[in-house]
Design a protein around this ligand. Structure first.
Ligand code: SF4
Ligand code: SF4
Length: 151
């Protein structure tokens, strides 16, 4: 199996199911080999949007782990205050945010850990966990009301 490839672009996001194909174990990778995350030059990569970068086959951006999840976060735009807490704390960089505005969840890479829900400060929360198979619109229809402060 080749350790480099030519995956890249928005249409490549989450195209591979991680674990579904034959892989090279770390014990089979030659010592000293360099597993590059990107194809070609990496100049200014930090200034290129993730969906516009040219990824190598070893970049996790091109692999989806969605099937690992049993529960998923659902996002409620109507309540969100764009504080970016969820973006900062997500351990899998699976919160999609642009220009400090929360856009949604990257369900190709979210593992369903629930950290984003824990750190969301709104009342009610703007992110809640639901069963993986629940339809997002149905989840939004069951959103809780604002909790009143105890006197
Ligand atoms: S559930 Fe976990 S992995 Fe998924 S978006 Fe929230 S913090 Fe990130
Ligand atoms: S933590 Fe909650 S309120 Fe803050 S950006 Fe994320 S979803 Fe919105």
């Amino acid at each position: 199996m080749s350790i480099t490839g030519s995956a890249g672009g928005t249409d490549k996001r989450g195209v591979r199911e991680l674990g579904a194909e034959e892989k090279v174990g770390w014990d089979a990778v030659p010592q000293g080999v360099v597993l590059t995350s990107f194809e070609g030059t990496t100049d200014n990569t930090a200034f290129i949007k993730p969906e516009d970068r040219i990824y190598s086959d070893f970049n996790s951006y091109t692999a989806t782990v969605a099937s690992w999840r049993v529960a998923k976060p659902v996002y409620n735009r109507d309540i969100c205050i764009d504080c970016q807490n969820c973006w900062v704390w997500c351990p899998d960089t699976s919160i999609i945010s642009r220009d400090k505005q929360m856009l949604g969840i990257d369900y190709d890479h979210c593992k369903g850990c629930g950290v984003c829900v824990e750190v969301c400060p709104t009342n009610p929360k703007s992110l809640l966990m639901f069963g993986e198979n629940m339809d997002n619109d149905e989840a939004l229809a069951t959103w809780p009301e604002k909790k009143k402060k105890a006197k």
